[in-house]
Design a protein around this ligand. Structure first.
Ligand code: PMT
Length: 401
């Protein structure tokens, strides 16, 4: 469940070839639990039909014909007043100009003028049209009125040219909507730092010692904190995942780099989801180790304990109000996690049973027991990493109260 669940989203679709992407966006919003009402402009209808949207949202899509029906006089007012957000994706240069100048000559622009909810636009047009001073002025006007602007992106355009003007992808628009809806969440105004992924400790310029962490649990935590309104910094090792929209990304590889990134930070909460190395090679070979030289003997040394260094007992400068750790254990789960909770000075530790095939590294689900510094515990059943992240985020908000 994301912060879209139960939300009423109005999706305006205007006349751009990117209108086909709006069907995917409407589908993604619906799957995330939102109630989606689509309004197509006449030009939008030239590219996609109301039926396309009705099929993915399960609700009728509105067109300019609805301007003249029985409910016409209240339609644009009620749609704009009951929605949690009006999203116009794609938004053409022409619709941007109408919004900037208060022109209300179709159901969508009438609704936008009557809307009391936040408005987000995802511009889509040719590069020259986007760069045109008129469009740039309109953009500034809309931003000065707190209209949120997502994109456009650079790339191949329908004209065959390349430039800035492509509508951003539906998943990214969705991320912008989540970040905007989160602004009133339980962590609004709070800063949360999340670490994710497995650290990489170099042996030589080619090889590293690492682990199976995919970053999924950490990225889910960053998204959950954004959904709850937090200002999120995600310190991440290389992963195959797309970072959540709205997170400030800090890329690191080794334990030393992750520690370095944290030493410059302070926050309301620190969530150490990363699988950081306990040991690292004592010496890193400058050149690639050669097979012809025989099997190398690799001496290991202790890597710095990040949590103990930045927040552990005895650390004088308290830079994080709530500190959350994880414990990936293959045996004696609760005993080991409880020892880490104390020795690392944590408020909460998520004990992760990695002996189960449906929990821990790289899978979509997790089995977690939460142990708190006050001695209480909560046993969470098998759940998606997204759900686990939302549970932990709720506890962070409670601990910060
Ligand atoms: O990324 P995924 O594929 O989704 O997998 C998720 C996960 C299994 C990596 C995650 O749920 C998890 O359990 N992360 C912690 C893994 C781990 O390193 O646990 P640990 O028991 O070794 O460390 C305990 C705590 O100390 C952790 O919060 C860890 O980030 C921290 N630590 C560890 C080593 C170190 N040098 N410094 C640290 O601060």
């Amino acid at each position: 469940m994301s912060n879209l669940s139960g939300k009423h989203i109005l999706l305006g679709v205007t006349g751009s070839i990117a209108a086909y992407k709006a069907a995917d966006l409407a589908s993604k919003l619906t799957q995330a639990g939102a109630q989606v009402d689509v309004i197509l402009t006449g030009a939008g209808e030239q590219f996609v039909t109301p039926l396309t949207f009705q099929s993915v949202t399960g609700r009728r899509a509105y067109t300019d014909q609805d301007l003249w029906g029985n409910e016409a006089h209240i339609m644009h007012v009620s749609l704009g007043k009951t929605a949690d957000m009006l999203v116009i994706a794609p938004c053409t240069a022409s619709t941007m100009a109408k919004l900037a100048h208060g022109i209300a000559d179709n159901l969508l622009t009438l609704t936008a003028l009557a809307a009391t909810c936040p408005i987000l636009i995802a511009p889509a047009m040719d590069g020259g049209m986007f760069d045109h001073p008129a469009t740039q002025e309109n953009l500034k006007t809309l931003q000065s009125r707190s209209v949120l602007v997502a994109g456009p992106a650079a790339g191949h355009l329908a004209s065959g040219l390349s430039g800035v003007g492509r509508m951003i992808e539906p998943a990214e628009v969705l991320g912008h909507i989540r970040a905007a809806l989160g602004k009133k969440g339980k962590l609004a105004g709070k800063k949360v730092i999340v670490t994710a992924g497995g650290t990489q400790e170099a042996l030589d310029p080619v090889r590293v010692i690492t682990n199976h962490s995919s970053g999924k649990q950490g990225y889910a935590l960053a998204q959950a904190a954004i959904d709850a309104g937090a200002d999120v910094t995600l310190i991440t090792t290389p992963t195959a995942l797309t970072p959540p929209v709205g997170a400030k990304i800090v890329n690191v590889k080794s334990v030393q780099e992750m520690l370095g990134a944290l030493l410059n930070e302070s926050a309301d909460a620190l969530v150490m989801t990363a699988a950081a190395a306990d040991f690292r090679p004592k010496n890193v070979a400058k050149e690639k180790m050669k097979k012809r030289d025989g099997i190398p003997q690799i001496e290991l040394e202790a890597a710095p304990d990040i949590l103990k260094t930045v927040a552990g007992p005895g650390v004088e400068q308290k830079r994080f109000n709530v500190v959350v750790g994880f414990a990936a254990e293959s045996q004696a789960l609760l005993e080991n996690a409880s020892e880490k909770l104390k020795s690392k000075g944590l408020d909460l530790i998520a004990a992760n049973d990695i002996s189960a095939t449906d929990a821990g590294f790289a899978v979509e689900t997790n089995r977690i027991t939460l142990l708190f510094a006050d001695g209480t515990k909560e046993n969470l059943p098998l759940m998606s990493k997204t759900e686990a992240a939302e549970k932990i985020t709720e506890h962070i908000a409670r601990l910060l109260e």
